[in-house]
Write a protein that binds this ligand. Sequence first.
Ligand SMILES: Cc1cc2nc3c(=O)[nH]c(=O)nc-3n(C[C@H](O)[C@H](O)[C@H](O)COP(=O)(O)OP(=O)(O)OC[C@H]3O[C@@H](n4cnc5c(N)ncnc54)[C@H](O)[C@@H]3O)c2cc1C
Length: 136
Amino acid sequence: MLKENAIADFKANLRGGLIEPGDKDYDEARKVHNGMIHKRPRLIARCADVADVISSVNFGRENDLLVSIRGGGHNAGGLGICDDGLVIDLSPIKYTRVDPEARTVTVGGGCTWGDVDQNRVGIFSLPALDLPRTLM
Ligand SMILES: Cc1cc2nc3c(=O)[nH]c(=O)nc-3n(C[C@H](O)[C@H](O)[C@H](O)COP(=O)(O)OP(=O)(O)OC[C@H]3O[C@@H](n4cnc5c(N)ncnc54)[C@H](O)[C@@H]3O)c2cc1C
């Protein structure tokens, strides 16, 4: 059983914010690309950075919660979101880092293709998709 004071501590330490049923942005936050999926998580941790992800994983483990990771929200089966558990929501984490020497591109876990800086990854001639909302 989740204790309210444990939730309050968790919330106080999250930079991105914690969303619970009844919050005004709850229904928007639990949406995924597949409009047929309507799961109702107990908590949605909006992660602003790696520290938020670490706190969320620890909170889920310590409280024996079902955990789902939400990236772009495009998994067709809606596996980025779960009923009654904790959603670790990476969608605010969006960045594009290019290492020309290593010829690698690293993008934030919340990126869909449209979030990736096309000008910067263009040097690698990656295939141009016409689906800006999908992942790569
Ligand atoms: C219209 C459409 C077009 C698409 N086009 C392409 C395409 O061109 N190329 C392509 O490669 N794919 C495509 N896909 C597939 C989709 O983009 C992939 O499934 C992609 O990997 C989804 O990533 P996401 O970050 O959006 O996942 P999310 O929906 O955010 O889901 C999170 C992922 O993490 C996993 N996960 C969740 N919780 C856990 C946990 N506790 N432990 C371990 N894993 C966990 C889930 O299984 C899921 O895979 C398309 C899908 C759609 C709906």
